[in-house]
Design a protein around this ligand. Structure first.
Ligand SMILES: [Zn+2]
Length: 275
């Protein structure tokens, strides 16, 4: 089992939105922002090589919607195909793509424009694409607040090719990779747990997007169900602390992965873990 983080680009998000009800005076001690109150967020793909399978977790925003999403000022975007090519992996060799959820910054690279034409190709033509059934149904009939985060072009061509697979419950994808479902930020987020010789790594997705979001009450204003987020974070963090798991923060531009420590009745990020 070999795991690696592939960085796919940065964007700006409003600090107030990222930390919800937490005052800037407090959150600014834990995450930097500029004069406009914007925080730099990264996008991260996890590459898992088991020997038999090549698995990706999330794909970043791609480049199809940059004009519509200009508010986020994406920069230093990398091409995921090229990143894989540098690691001797061709798109056809990717066996599985696990999508934590279908917001644009996690699944934008699933489809690509064919050269100089409007038609879309799926980026990973032989991969089984895993999404939770609950997230899929949520995508088909989103609530008005979440609707703008979904783009049909990212996922409908995958569905049309018969590559979409729905996860109903917590399950094992293959030896060493299990999938657990969490609610809060959106419905039915998949959180992959990857067991290596050293320890278990948890790709927390938007359940805990930043090391500074570990504190259970630090909940983003982007979360659709904040009280649920609180309870679900406690579940994830309780296990992570007890089992000495390492949590990967997909949007943190500065801290990629840490252990979790319990501080009185709350949790904080612990020691940084190298991947
Ligand atoms: Zn999201």
């Amino acid at each position: 089992m070999q795991i690696e983080l592939i960085h796919t680009g940065f964007f700006y998000a409003d600090g107030g939105a990222m930390f919800g009800a937490v005052p800037k005076k407090v959150w600014s001690r834990h995450y930097p922002s500029n004069k406009q109150n914007s925080c730099i967020l990264s996008m991260t793909t996890l590459l898992i090589r088991t020997g038999e399978r090549v698995i990706l977790v999330d794909t970043g925003a791609g480049n199809k919607h940059l004009k519509q999403l200009s508010y986020y000022r994406f920069f230093n975007l990398t091409d995921l195909h090229y990143e894989l090519f540098k690691r001797n992996i061709m798109p056809e060799q990717v066996s599985d793509v696990i999508l934590t959820h279908l917001h644009f910054d996690h699944c934008g690279y699933l489809t690509l424009h064919k050269q100089e034409c409007e038609q879309l190709d799926v980026a990973f033509p032989n991969a089984r694409h895993w999404i939770s059934e609950q997230q899929w149904e949520n995508f088909l009939s989103p609530n008005p607040l979440e609707k703008d985060s979904f783009f049909d072009e990212n996922i409908l061509p995958v569905k049309a090719k018969g590559l979409l697979h729905l996860v109903k419950h917590n399950c094992t994808l293959c030896e060493g990779v299990s999938l657990k479902l969490y609610n809060g930020h959106t419905l039915g987020q998949i959180v992959p747990y990857i067991g290596t010789k050293e320890r278990t790594f948890v790709f927390a997705g938007d359940v805990i997007p930043l090391a500074a979001s570990v504190s259970p009450k630090w909940i983003s204003a982007y979360d659709n169900y904040p009280v649920t987020s609180y309870h679900e974070k406690i579940l994830l963090l309780t296990e992570a602390e007890k089992e000495h798991q390492a949590v990967i923060y997909c949007h943190d531009a500065y801290t990629k992965c840490t252990t979790i420590k319990k501080v009185r009745d709350s949790y904080k990020s612990g020691l940084e873990v190298q991947i």
